[in-house]
Design a protein around this ligand. Structure first.
Ligand code: UDX
Length: 438
């Protein structure tokens, strides 16, 4: 079986590599010549655990190909996945420019029946737009080649993308064509893992499922951040409340960790986009508007605590930041709370020394990139600083040597933005610990 994946970003590259891993002949296409050359040479555009190995292995074995030539790629392919970016436009709605341009290209270049499947997160009704554009391109050529459209949203998490793709909780496929349904069933057979994980549905429902999934996860986080803030005011401990509610299976233990707010490429963008879709149809998604507001405010909570301790004017103070990426195991800086935290510290006159195990290179490209200094390791960041701010919970920050830190820090103060440290234990060691919701 041969397929094409267009777009070698997070979703496209991981999907392409994982399909190749189970024996499918995959051609990955991108307009970025440099990116394609790099991939051929085993240089990954992103940091993602396990990705480099499977890309290199499958490229070497000839099952995974990289090209900028879409015609060559789709020739003989049964499915063409559109996995290009859908960045938020000025007004928060998803920008479909790249998705629709690819649909046009496919219509212009296809030579046989093909399933055009969107893997990018696209607003409801995009399937219809893709269909119309492919058809228009075919009409222009005077061609009546048959094709089908499908929606196959991807639920992988950054930092665990390969694992998530290889062992999915579910595979959602929106399709309205029997032949396309059979193709997709065959393609996903290796990922079924002894149980039927494919959920077939109509195309708009598949498109909506992706937004609804991200929206409910974002809601859980904002809900918990709200409760955590109230915990502080009433003298409750959010960590214990989290455990207390998480043990109810209907609520569950995941995505109820309070912190410095969610970031990344999906939650902020998709929550905005679905709110916008609602508005376009004259419907206000009130819960999600609140989810967004809580999250925006949450990104300021840690610095608020810093100011409560040190005063509003932070001139002459230096702070260590542990963790820059929006979450561990990725170098992704998109919507990372660290950028807002750092910006605020600097605006109040402070200096910042940061350390991240992987994301420092990416951080340098952001707007705070050249306003801070970068440490060579976690301890180096803490030399002669007034306090430590834990922003991203990388494993290597979990059990530091408190003895060493106590000597490096001017004052033994920790602002724990992810509640990873034991407050009582630290207080016994003479540290002041500020957590979220406790
Ligand atoms: C998310 C979805 O999980 C995935 O299914 C979808 O395909 C894309 O969006 P991702 O953005 O990679 O994946 O990261 P995720 O692990 O979901 O974390 C998102 C954000 O929520 C991070 O900033 C994380 O720190 C934050 N978070 C997560 C919390 O603040 N608390 C939690 O309990 C869980």
């Amino acid at each position: 079986m041969k397929i094409t994946v267009i777009g070698t970003g997070y979703v496209g590259l991981v999907s392409g590599a994982c399909f190749a891993e189970v024996g499918i002949n995959v051609v990955c296409v991108d307009v970025d010549q440099k990116k394609i050359e790099n991939l051929k040479n085993g240089i990954m555009p992103i940091y993602e655990p396990g990705l480099e190995e499977i890309v290199k292995r499958n490229y070497a074995s000839g099952r995974l190909h990289f090209t900028t030539d879409l015609s060559e790629a789709i020739n003989g392919s049964e499915v063409a996945f559109i996995a290009v970016g859908t960045p938020p436009g000025e007004d928060g709605s998803a920008d479909l420019r790249y998705v629709l341009a690819v649909a046009h290209e496919i219509g212009t270049r296809m030579t046989d029946f093909i399933v055009v499947a969107t893997k990018s997160t696209v607003p409801v009704t995009t399937g219809d737009k893709v269909r119309a554009i492919v058809k228009e391109a075919l009409d222009k050529r005077g061609s009546e080649l048959p094709f089908a459209v499908a929606s196959n949203p991807e639920f992988l998490k950054e930092g665990a993308a390969v694992e998530d793709f290889m062992k999915p909780d579910r595979i959602v496929i929106g399709v309205d064509d029997e032949r396309a349904k059979e193709f997709m069933k065959r393609l996903y057979k290796p990922f079924q893992l002894n149980s039927d994980r494919i959920i077939f549905m109509d195309i708009p429902s598949a498109e909506m499922t992706k937004y609804a999934a991200n929206a409910i996860l974002a809601t859980k986080i904002s809900f918990m951040n709200d409760i955590a803030n109230l915990c502080e005011l009433v003298g409750a401990n959010a960590n214990l409340v989290r455990k207390g509610i998480g043990s109810d299976h209907r609520i569950g233990t995941k995505f109820i960790y309070p912190g410095v707010g969610y970031g990344g490429s999906c939650f902020p963008k998709d929550v905005k986009a679905i709110i916008k879709t609602g508005k376009q149809y004259g419907y206000e998604l009130n819960v999600l508007q609140a989810v967004e507001e809580v999250n925006d405010a949450q990104k300021h909570v840690l610095v608020k605590k810093v100011k409560q301790h040190f005063g509003d004017d932070l001139k002459g103070k230096t702070f260590a930041i542990w963790g820059l990426s929006f979450k561990p195991n990725t170098d992704d800086m998109r919507e990372a709370p660290a950028t807002i935290i750092i910006e605020e510290l600097i605006a109040a006159g402070a200096k910042v020394k940061a350390y991240d195990p992987i994301a420092m290179k990416e951080a340098k490209y952001t707007y705070i990139g050249n306003k801070i200094t970068y440490a060579k390791d976690a301890y180096d960041a803490c030399v002669d600083v007034d306090a430590l701010l834990l922003v991203t919970e990388w494993s290597e920050f979990r059990i530091p040597s408190w003895e060493a830190l106590g000597k490096l820090l001017i004052k033994k103060i920790i602002f724990d933005g992810r509640n990873i440290y034991d407050k009582n234990y630290l207080e016994k060691l003479g540290f002041t610990h500020y957590g979220i919701g406790m």
